[in-house]
Write a protein that binds this ligand. Structure first.
Ligand code: ADP
Length: 269
């Protein structure tokens, strides 16, 4: 009987091992597929702006003297815009790598949201031109306990998207109020919003809702970086659609600085 039991156990173990092997093989295949999809996507994102830069630069060097002032300026600004796009993409890739390797360790301190919104708006100035931005922060808003550099980047990415995915001239709202000892911040736009099935997936690396988004400068990394930064600071970020009108809403819940920390800081000043 013992022999039979041992045989049975050995058989069961073998079966488990076999199943694990299959799982492992499936995982390896899936990882390989993702890796190659990622490489294709990255190559595309690098090649598209580079092709524009090369094309415009070649036209300038070959035909520059024959072109009128305006055409030359157009070519030069294409080169500049596409180089900026490359720069952004590489900065995003670096942020992502630093996030994933755990190299990003937020240094949090009490920060005034009004100041952060101000500097993010200033940085996004060119991008937001043509949009109306309304900022409505509750009067009793506590300080946030965040890393100001990382948090400004989060706000910048959300404003950048609000401008990019909503029509020119539309309105963008930034609102904040206190809720259960945390600060709830919302960025609302008047674009097409986000299909219900995608509200979570848009936070995945390289995920973009529409194929035609490829035409709009973007990397599919912005929101993944936002979520990584926000979670590293003890906050949450979710996407949804507005209920009062068309448009997307991004909602952040961020720890408020302890009252004590604020008093400490004031005493230190
Ligand atoms: P990117 O903007 O570079 O594509 P993101 O990670 O910032 O990358 O966004 C991922 C995708 O989520 C976008 O491609 C777009 O499809 C969708 N998205 C982001 N923000 C908005 C928004 N405000 N309104 C509608 N769709 C959005």
């Amino acid at each position: 009987l013992l022999d039979a039991l041992i045989d049975q156990a050995a058989l069961a173990i073998e079966r488990v091992n076999l199943a694990e092997d299959v799982d492992r093989a499936r995982l390896a295949a899936e990882t390989e597929r993702l890796r190659s999809a990622l490489l294709t996507s990255i190559s595309h994102d690098l090649r598209t702006p580079l092709a524009s830069i090369l094309g415009s630069a070649t036209s300038l060097t070959s035909y520059g003297p024959m072109l009128d002032e305006e055409s030359r300026r157009d070519l030069a600004s294409t080169i500049q815009e596409e180089a900026e796009r490359l720069n952004r993409f590489i900065a995003n890739l670096l942020d992502m790598t630093r996030l994933e390797s755990g190299a990003i360790r937020p240094r949090t301190s009490p920060v005034d949201l009004a100041e952060l919104v101000g500097s993010a708006l200033e940085r996004a100035g060119k991008i937001l031109a043509g949009h109306t931005v309304e900022v409505d922060l509750a009067a009793d808003l506590p300080m946030l306990e965040v890393d100001s550099v990382l948090f400004e980047q989060v706000l910048f990415n959300l404003l950048d998207n609000a401008a990019k995915y909503a029509p020119a001239g539309s309105r963008i709202d930034v609102r904040a109020h206190q809720e259960n000892g945390r600060v709830r911040i919302e960025v609302l736009d008047e674009g097409d919003g986000i299909p219900g099935a995608d509200v979570e997936r848009i936070f995945d690396k390289f995920y973009r809702v529409h194929a035609q988004d490829r035409q709009r400068a973007g990397t599919g990394l912005g929101l993944a970086i936002c979520r990584g930064f926000v979670e590293a600071m003890g906050g949450t970020i979710v996407a949804g659609n507005r209920t009062d009108r068309r448009g997307a809403v991004f909602t952040l819940s961020i720890p408020a600085a302890a009252e004590l920390a604020r008093i400490d800081e004031e005493a230190a000043e």
